[in-house]
Ligand binder design. Structure first.
Ligand SMILES: [Mg+2]
Length: 390
């Protein structure tokens, strides 16, 4: 575990009702209405609910049928993942202009380590304000930001005054903020652990303080030691930026099994493009490519391949990903529920040899640069490469 750092400053940035807000941004006629993003099909679930819909008891991960019972007047729109991904990249570019230490937590959430940046950037709450302003100015979306001495508290803080919140939690506020929260809010407490805690009579974070570390360990093993620290507001996990991450990936779950291999392949190409663009933006290269495929009755496989050397060229990563996919599909394609691609064996620093003959390499790099520029300038996926083999 990392050393305890005095005066640590961590930000948690969380976009407000992200998918729903993007829809309202693009389609102003939806603004102010209860909006559900997700599939309206029989087994569809809510991917995001606007704040107007939440007033009726709708929330994400709810079955769509239940949400519509809560709010029959809600407008339902189908998710446009490529558009959310693109907005996400714009938000992350803003965050990365403030600190190189940005750890993505999901498509619309990140931690920033600001410890030691005060002389350069100013006090953390002012940085938080500046981030909110730039996100609003450049994307038209709002973010809620928590400022705290560690990741756990920053994440709690960002949620306290959503939407458009800015909450600073200092060491002295920890008990006031933390003790009344339900135990489910502790990092690592899932439904199973929560049920066990409830059985033991522990409902609030404050209740857990009655247990000493040995008893928590006895009941929950290693996780118990973390709960002991977390319920006291202590968390020393470092912020791990993308550049130091061991892998970088993109995946999606389909609302229903996709029966056409070509359709799955086209979505896989989008994931490869996203990952490759992120590699380039961070000056990284990957030597490993792995695919995650879920099909049938939630059977999930991972298949990986290694490239002779690290690359950030979309065509090279796609060639590798497509061959893994085609081999799997060739052995007996089954309708796919989830598809994802992860780039592993990440490298930094100057590259060694070359995967392509020089002219081909230059051509591919120019193509990547041109597409990256279009993406950055217009922020839309106007141009795609075809899902051929390269
Ligand atoms: Mg969010």
């Amino acid at each position: 575990m990392a050393q305890r750092v005095e005066g640590r400053r961590v930000l948690h940035v969380d976009m407000d009702a992200f998918y729903a807000s993007v829809e309202m941004l693009d389609f102003p006629e939806l603004r102010g209405k209860p909006l559900l993003v997700g599939s309206d099909r029989p087994r569809g679930v809510v991917a995001a609910a606007s704040y107007e819909a939440r007033k009726f008891g709708c929330r994400s991960a709810q079955p769509m049928a239940v949400a519509k019972r809560h709010c029959p007047s809600a407008v339902v729109v189908f998710p446009r993942m490529a558009r959310y991904q693109e907005m996400s990249e714009r938000v992350f570019a803003i965050l990365e202009s403030f600190s190189p230490l940005v750890e993505p937590l999901s498509i619309d959430e990140a931690f920033l380590e600001l410890t030691g940046t005060e002389r350069l950037l100013g006090p953390a709450p002012e940085v938080a304000r500046a981030i909110k302003d730039r996100v609003r100015g450049e994307t038209g979306l709002t973010a809620s930001v928590g400022v705290a001495p560690n990741k756990f508290l920053a994440k709690i803080a960002s949620d306290l005054e959503k939407p458009d919140g800015l909450v600073v939690v200092e060491e002295g506020d920890v008990d006031r903020v933390l003790l009344p929260l339900p135990v489910e809010r502790l990092w690592g407490v899932g439904p199973k652990t929560a049920a066990r805690l409830h059985e033991m009579g522990f409902h609030r974070v404050g209740d857990l303080r009655a247990l000493d570390e040995a008893r928590l360990r006895e009941r929950f093993g290693e996780a118990g030691a973390h709960f002991f620290l977390l319920c006291r507001g202590r968390d020393e996990r470092p912020v791990v930026p993308v550049g130091e991450a061991k892998s970088l990936g993109s995946e999606n779950t389909f609302e229903e099994d996709v029966e056409d291999p070509a359709e799955v392949r086209a979505v896989l190409l989008e994931h490869v493009e996203t990952v490759a663009r992120r590699l380039r933006r961070h000056g990284l290269r990957a030597r490993g490519v792995s695919l995650k495929i879920r099909y049938g009755k939630f059977e999930t496989i991972t298949r990986a391949a290694t490239l002779p050397e690290g690359t950030d060229v979309t065509a090279a990563l796609w060639k590798c990903a497509a061959s893994i996919f085609d081999r799997w599909a060739g052995e007996g394609f089954r309708p796919v529920r989830l598809i994802g691609m992860t780039a592993g064996h990440i490298e930094t620093g100057p590259r060694q040899g070359s995967l392509f003959p020089d002219t081909e390499e230059r051509r591919q790099k120019r193509l990547d640069e041109a597409l990256d520029e279009i993406q950055a300038r217009f922020g839309t996926r106007t141009i795609h490469r075809g899902p051929g083999s390269d």
